[in-house]
Design a protein around this ligand. Structure first.
Ligand SMILES: Cc1cc2nc3c(=O)[nH]c(=O)nc-3n(C[C@H](O)[C@H](O)[C@H](O)COP(=O)(O)O)c2cc1C
Length: 392
């Protein structure tokens, strides 16, 4: 195991223990320092901008591992200039049973999973052997505190950003028994309003966790996302709205067909990208969305060494894979979004997420068209990732 192995989110503890006692490792040490060391320590002005906000480096941690203000403040101090506060809801929401994280080991020599591959349904080996380059599965169920708790905490998190740093709140709607579609849209609007009340200057809406029943994601319904983002944008006014998408495959071609070229996959060989383009048309082109973050985890059947279900409990046969294994799926989405942006002559920010575990991954995402880049799993296993990118 890598010497950096002391994730700031401790996968061997429950979510509740992490929330109450975390962060751990280098992030815990960063909190004991009196001032920000990851910001513009040398007195330079922020050199880049993200959705109109000045940032030192458009790199950070996406929704999930930063559970509360202590985590986001530690991230800022470790030089992650974009810190997304874990997805919140309009109401308290419980967490799936422990364990919530397992290491995953794709069959291929390069450790990559390609969207649509048979392995995702046949089963990917999952256990507690954490190795680098790190790939994991996470199964939390998007837990949330009650707004009475997360609102004051989010307000403090926003205030803790240093010069050239930005706290990005993440939220999603909650679908409960008996809700109509209008109720579901209204729940998004309510949650966005609660986020505005914390003083947030922008926000990210998650459309890529299972909200709509078994294996159905909100982002697979572009028309509903269009209706929701219109209602949310009416509520939040000029504040930029980012939507977070799962991997959306191209319609009639195979982006992986050419395999590797000198060790690098050829991505974005797409002739019909109408599903992703429809999403952009329903959101960005209508003026309701200013940024798209992609991707979230890729769903896979997880099995132990005997081929049995790896995560305990009903409804957990499949779980979302993240980290190194999904790197090319993320790059593929970013390249296709950049192509659509150009084709439609639109102006929106692309936030590249998925399998960023090394500084060179940051470069590859920027080259593919990302305006900002984020790492969840990679940052969990390497608290110095932002500093390593900046030190080069
Ligand atoms: C521990 C953990 C918790 C996560 N929780 C959320 C969440 O609450 N909301 C969300 O939109 N994405 C969540 N994600 C997904 C990440 O934001 C990201 O899209 C995904 O992990 C792919 O990035 P990575 O390969 O760098 O991990 C979570 C990821 C991890 C590792």
């Amino acid at each position: 195991m890598s010497q950096n192995f002391e994730p700031f989110y401790d996968v061997n503890r429950t979510y509740e223990d992490n929330y109450a006692q975390g962060p751990f490792g280098a992030f815990a040490q960063a909190l004991t320092q009196s001032e920000t060391s990851g910001g513009v320590a040398d007195g330079r002005s922020p050199s880049e901008s993200f959705l109109g906000f000045p940032v030192n480096l458009p790199f950070g941690i996406p929704a999930g591992p930063l559970l509360n203000e202590r985590f986001t403040t530690a991230a800022f101090r470790m030089g992650f200039d974009l810190a997304v506060y874990k997805t919140v809801r309009s109401r308290a929401w419980g967490c799936n049973a422990f364990p919530n994280v397992l290491a995953v080991h794709p069959r291929s020599a390069d450790g990559l999973l390609t969207p649509g591959s048979a392995e995702l349904d046949e089963g990917v080996l999952a256990d507690t052997r954490y190795e680098t380059p790190i790939s994991i599965s996470n199964s939390f169920g998007v837990p949330s505190r009650d707004p009475d708790i997360w609102q004051p905490d989010m307000r403090n998190a926003i205030a803790a950003a240093g010069p050239g740093q930005l706290l990005v709140p993440s939220f999603q709607g909650s679908r409960v028994e008996g809700m109509t579609t209008d109720d579901y849209i209204a729940d998004h609007v309510t949650t966005a309003r609660l986020v505005c009340e914390t003083g947030a200057g922008l926000m990210a809406m998650n459309t890529s966790c299972p909200n709509e029943g078994h294996n159905r994601l909100l982002c697979h319904d572009p028309h509903l996302v269009g209706r929701i983002t219109e209602a949310v944008k009416n509520e939040i006014g000029d504040r930029p709205l980012v939507i977070k998408l799962a991997y959306i495959p191209p319609v009639a071609s195979e982006p992986w067909a050419d395999g590797t070229d000198a060790g690098r996959y050829t991505y974005a060989r797409v002739t019909d990208d109408s599903a992703l383009e429809l999403m952009v048309r329903q959101t960005v082109a209508r003026g309701n969305v200013q940024g798209i973050a992609a991707i979230n985890t890729i769903s896979a059947r997880l099995v132990d060494a005997n081929g049995n279900q790896a995560l305990p409990g009903a409804g957990r046969e499949r779980s979302g894979v993240c980290g190194h294994a999904i790197r090319y799926a993320g790059l593929d989405m970013v390249a296709r979004l950049a192509a659509i942006r150009e084709r439609l002559g639109l102006d929106f920010a692309i936030i590249g997420v998925g399998g960023v575990v090394e500084p060179s991954d940051y470069d590859d995402y920027r080259a593919a068209g990302a305006d900002a880049v984020m790492s969840a799993t990679g940052a969990m296993w390497d608290a110095r990732l932002a500093r390593r990118i900046k030190e080069r």
